[in-house]
Ligand binder design. Structure first.
Ligand code: FAD
Length: 307
């Protein structure tokens, strides 16, 4: 799916950011109610962590959930949310600490019809066929039975979800890189300058060789992360390494592919232009490259990076 970033974004928000936490942290009743609707595509889901004032520092979120008997009352705003405009179900992370200066993050399954309002965000550089929106929660009443995981375990839900999501995104980046290799290999065999295919020029060969090697290295890091995941061990570091390397490599490869297509690559008629735009967000969402490096280094040293 990595060749078609917008479709992948729509599907991955559904599968890896909404269905996965439901499977890992949901109650039997929650799974029974929501998974068939999501799996059949009758409902779209959204994962709502980011806020206008809190991105990398997600724990600084301002969205609040206050207990009211058997219910919770949610107030706040989320931004940059994939599928927001069309979603029927939102996984919302909110601070449930009694003192708002404390951080106690809890996750909730919130249905749109309980009063969630959304607006689409327009003007993205890439992923233009994927919906991204803002989510508004004003006195939205959520039953306690729709709490996802324990009170105060929201960060465990959020970060556990992102470990999975980062492998998926790294795999998408491999798809982007491989498409760039395939399109460019064909183009430089056919495009002639100075009386020969441009693929015979050493500087072109140099760029293609880097693309091929970095694509394979990305693929192997994804495989390593998948093996770590299914071996039952914690795979946070492997997921971050794969996400960091593969998404940075996809950007380098899209840039090289466009360069080797010359002026033609600058036009939308050639797929490399869209791949270049779509890849740009890969080093930003689901944790920026800088955040991945902090995760990798802090797990390597045992020293906390997020203080
Ligand atoms: C198209 C798109 C779709 C998205 N979909 C979703 C979604 O479905 N759900 C969701 O919850 N979010 C979503 N996001 C949000 C995305 O996850 C955030 O944009 C991302 O986490 C970065 O947060 P920020 O934009 O606030 O940047 P900031 O956190 O403000 O970061 C700005 C810069 O500062 C750097 N930085 C921050 N902290 C540090 C540090 N400690 N050390 C070094 N550098 C640092 C960052 O790496 C970055 O370069 C989406 C974003 C986009 C663009």
């Amino acid at each position: 799916m990595g060749r078609y970033g917008s479709i992948r974004a729509t599907l991955t928000a559904q599968q890896s950011l909404v269905c996965s936490p439901l499977i890992y942290f949901g109650s039997a009743a929650q799974k029974e109610k929501y998974l068939p609707l999501l799996a059949s595509g009758q409902w779209l889901g959204s994962y709502c962590l980011t806020e206008p004032g809190s991105g990398s520092d997600a724990g600084a979120m301002q969205t609040r959930a206050v207990r009211d008997g058997d219910n919770w009352v949610l107030n706040g705003q989320k931004i940059f949310i994939t599928n927001a405009t069309h979603a029927s179900l939102f996984i919302v992370f909110a601070n449930t600490a009694t003192d708002p200066n404390d951080r106690q993050i809890t996750a909730f399954l919130v249905e749109r019809e309980w009063g969630v309002a959304t607006t689409p965000l327009k003007g993205k550089l890439g992923l233009r066929a994927s919906d991204t929106g803002t989510v508004f929660l004003q006195d939205v009443v959520v039953p306690d039975s729709n709490r996802l995981g324990e009170v105060g375990q929201g960060f465990k839900v959020a970060l556990g979800t992102l470990d999975n999501g980062r492998i998926s995104l790294a795999a998408a980046a491999v798809g982007t890189s491989q498409t760039c290799v395939d399109l460019t290999t064909k183009y430089i065999q056919e495009r002639q300058q100075f009386g020969k295919p441009i693929g015979q020029f050493q500087m072109i060969q140099d760029m293609l060789a880097d693309m091929v090697v970095e694509t394979e290295a990305s693929r192997l890091l994804v495989h390593k992360a998948i093996v770590a995941k299914y071996s039952g061990q914690r795979f946070t570091k492997e997921a971050s390494m794969a996400k960091y390397y593969a998404t940075e490599a996809a950007n380098r490869n899209a840039e090289r592919a466009l360069q080797m297509h010359g002026g033609y690559g600058f036009f939308e008629e050639y797929e490399v232009a869209r791949l270049y735009r779509d890849a740009r967000v890969y080093t930003i969402y689901e944790g920026t490259s800088q955040v991945q490096k902090l995760v990798i280094s802090s797990l390597q040293t045992g020293l906390k990076a997020f203080v």
